[in-house]
Design a protein around this ligand. Structure first.
Ligand code: 6DF
Length: 484
């Protein structure tokens, strides 16, 4: 192959893409191809040279930025030595990746015992649920409304976002969402979201002891099923796909409750882990320690698929004494592990967790200024490079789409506020918006520049002005009314 960049026939590429690939969140008719020729830092580059500033950070998963030179070099070096050996074999990369996470990152926390690598976040959650059930000998898992933990059967049962039940969009707006038969299973119980217990002003309701009613109700449900049947409660300290920040006291109160009831706490850090929130892991904001955490996304900054599960010392000791029939072909893939090592070393050498915390403080000030100008920003919250912006109709101060997170994409995309924002901001070369109808999910690399933050916020300012004009709204929009 010459060094000259190979000419790619993008028309031919798009023809094959449209002809042969199964779509996921759109019907074939609705599908809008977005060709990306290459990536750089916080940017995606289209075949015509258009540069898109990615303020989703893909799926909140490119923590050190696209194509980081040290990560790419490490993968190339590993390719000089490996092909592939499966998990039964020892590689220096896998051992070093474990050491970096267990000693360099978690070494000062007495809870962490051992790690198991897999390839995706869903696999990490499957592994965590299996280990919790094996360790406790109990079947039930408690999850939460609007939680997202993956798509595979066990993880998918703990996920409760209707939009992920592949709702139909556009011309089939009145068609109920496709439910994957068997995707709800009886071994997972859904506890209420904190948002289910708020007063008319959005304040979170508490009992006379200061316990959030959502925690009190979760406790009541566990007592109803019997703690002796409950293996674990699984949470996200901040719901990424569900696009929801919790009241600060939620996590500490859930942890207190699980200890009192004698059930394990699994905190799903696939999305919030590895600096996303301005700390190495999201639970570290709340002064608590979990029994199990799940890892993915930022573990390699998505340079190659990698994920994992960290269990407590007590659970690790139990697993050491038992055989466990499980295999994942690519678990601990040596080249993926090389990417993990380089990715984590970059985060430490470049102090990216602290940079993410500082970026978060800057973004908070930018959101405050935007909210002073735009009444459609009902609220915003977040930390590091993980932010949630709740949109409201300035005329009513209520969400534009009343059904909100129990929404199933059952309406015209052009009437979904976060899609309206997306379509306007992209005119300024910025990708920003959300997967929930009324709530924007905003992310960036841990080392995002102030200039890029300013560019994204200017594009958001432009898009919010259009949103508030109401020019996009169809007058006969008869939305069914439902609870958020
Ligand atoms: N746990 C959490 N997030 C996750 C995910 C998984 C597990 C999805 C892809 C997402 C995130 C943001 C917006 C929209 O995909 P996977 O199997 O590697 O990981 C499952 C807390 O957020 C995936 C979607």
């Amino acid at each position: 192959m010459t060094n000259q960049k190979q000419e790619i026939n993008w028309e031919q590429v798009q023809e094959w893409d449209e002809k042969y690939l199964i779509r996921v969140s759109n019907t074939q008719d609705e599908y809008q191809p977005v060709p990306i020729e290459s990536t750089e830092g916080d940017y995606l580059i289209m075949p015509d040279g258009t540069k898109l500033l990615d303020f989703f950070n893909q799926l909140y998963c490119v923590n050190v930025g696209q194509k980081h030179p040290k990560v790419n070099a490490a993968m190339k070096e590993a390719l000089d030595r490996y092909g592939f050996v499966w998990d039964a074999y020892v590689s220096d990369y896998k051992a070093r990746a474990a050491k970096l996470i267990m000693e360099d990152i978690l070494g000062e926390e007495e809870w962490a015992g051992k790690i198991r690598f897999v390839s995706t976040g869903s696999e990490a959650v499957e592994t965590a649920l299996n280990i919790a059930r094996l360790y406790t000998g109990r079947p039930l898992i408690f999850s939460h409304e609007h939680g997202y933990h993956g798509w595979t059967n066990g993880a998918g049962a703990a996920t409760r976002l209707r939009g992920y039940r592949s709702g139909l969009v556009g011309k089939d707006a009145d068609t109920p969402p496709l439910q994957i038969p068997g995707s709800y299973n009886s071994s997972v119980v859904m506890a209420p979201s904190p948002k289910a217990f708020r007063d008319e002003n959005g304040n979170y309701l508490k009992d006379e002891n200061g316990e959030l009613l959502s925690v009190k109700y979760t406790r009541r449900m566990i007592e109803n099923y019997g703690p002796e049947s409950v293996a674990a409660v699984i949470t996200e300290v901040s719901q990424g796909a569900g696009s929801a920040m919790h009241p600060f006291e939620y996590v500490p109160q859930i942890r207190k409750m699980t200890k009192e009831l004698g059930v394990l706490w699994i905190n799903d850090e696939v999305l919030t882990g590895f600096g996303r929130t301005g700390k190495w892991f999201g639970y570290q904001h709340y002064g608590v320690q979990p029994d199990i955490i799940t890892l993915g996304k930022g573990i390699s900054s998505s340079s190659l698929p990698a994920a994992g599960v960290v269990v407590s010392k007590e659970i690790a000791e139990f697993m050491d004494k038992h055989r466990w029939e499980t295999v994942s072909t690519y678990a601990g893939h040596p080249v993926a592990m090389a990417a993990v090592c380089a990715n984590l070393e970059v985060m430490m050498e470049e102090k990216l967790v602290e940079k993410a915390r500082q970026a978060g403080e800057y973004m908070r000030r930018k959101f405050e200024a935007l909210q002073a100008k735009h009444k459609s920003i009902g609220s915003f919250d977040g930390y590091g490079v993980l932010w949630i912006v709740e949109l409201v109709d300035p005329k009513t101060n209520k969400p534009y789409v009343p059904l909100d997170r129990n929404f199933s994409h059952g309406t015209d995309l052009s009437q979904i506020p976060t899609q309206v924002i997306f379509n306007k901001a992209i005119e300024k070369g910025v990708l920003i918006g959300g997967v929930m109808p009324n709530t924007m999910r905003i992310g960036a690399t841990l080392n995002v520049s102030k200039e890029d933050i300013d560019k994204a916020m200017d594009a958001l300012d432009y898009a919010l002005t259009y949103l508030e004009s109401g020019e996009w709204q169809q007058q006969d929009q008869g939305q069914e009314v439902g609870q958020a």
